[in-house]
Design a protein around this ligand. Structure first.
Ligand code: SF4
Length: 63
């Protein structure tokens, strides 16, 4: 599974990072970014929750 954050939509709320800190991080621009090329299998469910929980639908599943 691969994910991407659309920085034009992200508002930097930090929810994704709080949920899956091994995958998402708030970067120097104040917006979320993805730290990994591929989501580890054991984190996929948490990442799906982050996708569903993002208030601006900024996270997309790239698979
Ligand atoms: S949950 Fe969505 S809006 Fe909030 S920081 Fe993550 S990508 Fe950005």
């Amino acid at each position: 599974m691969k994910v991407k954050v659309n920085k034009d939509l992200c508002i930097g709320c930090g929810a994704c990072q709080a949920l899956v800190e091994d995958v998402f991080e708030i970067q120097d621009d104040g917006l979320a970014g993805v730290k990994v090329d591929k989501v580890p299998e054991d984190l996929e469910e948490d990442v799906k929750d982050a996708i569903d929980g993002c208030p601006t639908q900024a996270i997309s599943d790239e698979d």
